[in-house]
Ligand binder design. Structure first.
Ligand code: CP
Ligand code: NVA
Length: 305
């Protein structure tokens, strides 16, 4: 059987994603009550290729493998042959001979697909310029923990139509909730990704209108990794799109706020928003560990309960 990859949320069925969320919650609860006693992957290895910076993704995958009884290898292009031009397809075939799974954070989503096409072990997208599906597993898990099933609820994306926004659109489609996308002119998500979501996602231009009555509000930095030189222009273009406590007040009374982090206080969020009890971003960050454990387990073993 060929390996299952996780390059976007569309690689898993709706039922498989629903299973992963419940499994992640169970894995988390077992860890809290019994400690890291579940070690299904002793002596197994995960290769982690990072072409961009990371705190949460690296620590969560590395900790997941350690707690599972296995090992994670941090590989940077600076000190592997990838940085000296070895074809990614060749790298994928070599790693497939040695490791049990590969996680990649890179720029080009096409490059990730090229790698996956040559890999005989599962490949996990740990962020490309186009998608960040692992973050959405943690985000939907957090929303579910806080407020129960997400089907039929309403989330609002404020800001750039970027990789996170694309994965939120795919999540709306797969978990069947409504996503309102509020972005400045010129910063819309990709039209094909939006169109494929049908009635699950729509653009609402005015932030106050977009958040009215919503169950969840989320945002991300205005300039993503690789867009640093656009920072000043983006700060001008995103004027009026900051998420503040006052904006959240217009959402539902029990609305929560998520941010994948790192956050830029005073830019996409007010300086105090992360201190507001509606912001559950630390729980969200911690859930990267549990959600990715469920993902690794699923890709290597299939459904276990
Ligand atoms: N949210 C997220 O992926 O964080 P890192 O860039 O720190 O991995
Ligand atoms: N959109 C951000 C997400 C970081 C986790 C970026 O790509 O830099």
């Amino acid at each position: 059987m060929s390996a299952r990859h996780f390059l976007t949320l569309l690689d898993l069925s709706r039922d498989e994603l629903a299973y992963l969320i419940q499994r992640a919650i169970k894995i988390k609860n077992t860890l809290k009550t019994q400690g890291p006693t579940y070690t299904p992957f002793s002596n197994r290895t995960l290769a982690m290729i990072f072409e961009k910076s990371s705190t949460r993704t690296r620590v969560s995958f590395e900790t997941a493998m350690a707690q599972f009884g296995g090992h994670a290898l941090f590989l940077s292009p600076r000190d592997t042959q990838l940085g000296r031009g070895e074809p990614i397809g060749d790298t994928a075939r070599v790693l497939s001979e040695m490791v049990d799974a590969v996680m990649i954070r890179t720029f080009s989503h096409d490059g990730l697909e090229t790698f996956a096409a040559s890999s005989t072990v599962p490949v996990i997208n740990a962020l490309t310029d186009d998608y960040h599906p692992c973050q959405l597993l943690a985000d939907v898990m957090t929303w579910t923990e806080c407020r129960g099933p997400v089907k039929g609820k309403t989330a609002v994306w404020i800001g750039d139509g970027n990789n996170m926004c694309h994965s939120w659109i795919n999540a709306a489609r797969q978990f069947d909730f409504q996503l309102r996308i509020c972005c400045p002119q010129g910063y819309e998500p990709r039209q094909d990704i939006l169109d494929a979501a049908g009635d699950n996602a729509l653009i609402v231009r005015d932030p106050a209108t977009a958040v009215r009555g919503a169950d969840l509000v989320t945002t991300d930095v205005w300039a993503s990794m690789g867009q640093e030189e656009e920072q000043a222009k983006r700060e001008r273009d995103f004027d009026g799109f900051q998420v503040t406590e006052a904006l959240l007040d217009q959402a539902a009374a029990d609305a929560i706020f998520l941010h994948c982090l790192p956050a830029h206080r005073g830019e996409e969020i007010s300086t105090t928003l992360l201190d507001d009890p509606r912001a559950v971003v630390w729980q969200e960050a911690g859930n990267r560990l549990h959600a990715q454990k469920a993902l690794i387990e699923f890709l290597l073993l299939g459904q276990v309960d």
